[in-house]
Design a protein around this ligand. Structure first.
Ligand SMILES: *Cc1c(COP(=O)(O)O)cnc(C)c1O
Length: 373
């Protein structure tokens, strides 16, 4: 049998091959590699899809968070409250903007920021809250927005893992002042390189973010603010346009894969073992299907021996990362985040997973649990 991939981009490419090539060929013919017509076409589709007034394509998920921070004028002297448990880009962009990340512990069931702990972290310097929609499911945005409103704070959602997810009836990206997603190839919607997008309903902010994306220029060679080179290449937009047609199906398919994992694994009883929990009001896009297990290192080693790839998102909480630790001026209780960092492990997840392949994965997960727990 061929090797089981952790993410299968090849089957997806083969399913979309004709469209992708036709879209890329069009760009090669017109030659507008930067700021080509595909940019606004994609931005229109992204805005419609998320239910926001404006979308801005940009160069990465990291820039999709940095650009809103810069456009909101968040910088030195400001604090931004975020989760302790995320990919480093979340805290990195806050620091790049010149502000201080202030880390809050997570809800141990969803792995997202615990809204009940946010108010305690607010100081006169707090400017914004940056919740992360980890593993594809959104944080409790109503609770977060209520706190933000009460304290007059900006909310910027990091939806790098949840493009297309819903909270109650609304899509990820549409429940905050601004929001940034990633099109890194392995994310739920990925391009063939680095890419990202920003969402907002606020027209002034939209204009400011477009300027920041383009070297802070209001018009050509006239720079009214500090900016970055944060554009998305036209070819990447072309690839995303081809992929967008299939994406609603892929969200369904990802949910079917998650359901099959749930049926196969959720009844198992081991110490510290759990399958993912999704809030009733959420629909996840399953950027990751993440278990917790007791003896994680032993379990992962056994899984690898059995030919099942796995990955750990993330082995360390952000405030424990060496550079970030050196910048801390406040330690807080991150018990649940630390526990997660020591127990989470993600299984292969992609929309084109065949039921036969998934059967093999589930059988081997059970074997590895039996052997190590
Ligand atoms: C991937 C990711 C990012 C950064 O996206 P890039 O496109 O890799 O720059 C930011 N936040 C989270 C939670 C992510 O998973």
């Amino acid at each position: 049998m061929s090797q089981i991939p952790f993410v299968d981009l090849r089957s997806q490419y083969l399913a979309l091959k004709e469209n992708i090539h036709a879209r890329i060929d069009k760009v090669l013919e017109h030659g507008a590699y930067i700021n080509g017509p595909e940019i606004s076409e994609l931005e229109g589709q992204l805005a419609t899809f998320t239910g926001t007034r404006f979308a801005i394509a940009c160069s990465s998920g990291t820039d999709a968070l940095l650009i809103p921070l810069m456009a909101h004028n968040i910088g030195p002297g400001d604090e931004v409250i975020t989760t302790a448990f995320s990919f480093i880009a979340t805290a990195e962009t806050i620091a790049l903007a010149g502000a201080k990340p202030v880390y809050v512990d997570i809800d141990p069931k969803t792995f997202n920021i615990n809204p009940e702990l946010i108010e305690k972290a607010i100081t006169p310097k707090t400017k914004a809250i940056m919740p992360v929609s980890l593993y594809g499911q959104m944080a409790d945005m109503d609770a977060i927005n209520q706190i933000a409103k009460k304290h007059n704070l900006i909310v910027i959602e990091d939806l790098a893992q949840s493009f297309g997810a819903t909270y109650k009836t609304k899509r990820s990206g549409s429940l905050s002042h601004s929001a940034g997603t990633s099109f890194f190839p392995a994310k739920p919607l990925g391009c063939y390189g680095d890419g990202g997008a920003i969402f907002t309903d606020d027209e002034n902010l939209y204009k400011a973010m477009k300027e920041v994306r383009e070297h802070g220029s209001e018009k050509r060679y006239y720079h009214t603010r500090l900016g970055v080179n944060g554009r998305l290449d036209t070819i990447q937009c072309a690839i995303l346009l081809a992929k967008m047609e299939r994406y609603p199906w892929e969200i369904e398919a990802r949910n079917q894969v998650a359901n099959r994992y749930h049926e196969g694994l959720s009844h198992l009883k081991y110490n510290d073992f759990s399958t993912p929990f999704v809030e009733k009001f959420n629909q996840s896009v399953w950027a990751q299907y993440t278990l917790t297990v007791g003896n994680r290192d032993g379990f992962q080693k056994k899984l690898t021996e059995l030919g099942v790839p796995s990955s750990i998102h993330y082995p360390m909480i952000m405030p424990d990362q060496p550079w970030y630790k050196s910048q801390l001026d406040r330690v807080s209780d991150w018990t649940n985040a630390k526990w997660a960092a020591n127990h989470v492990i993600s299984l292969p997840m992609y929309p084109d997973m065949k039921p036969e392949t998934q059967e093999i994965i589930i059988t081997n997960v059970k074997k590895a649990l039996e052997a190590t727990q």
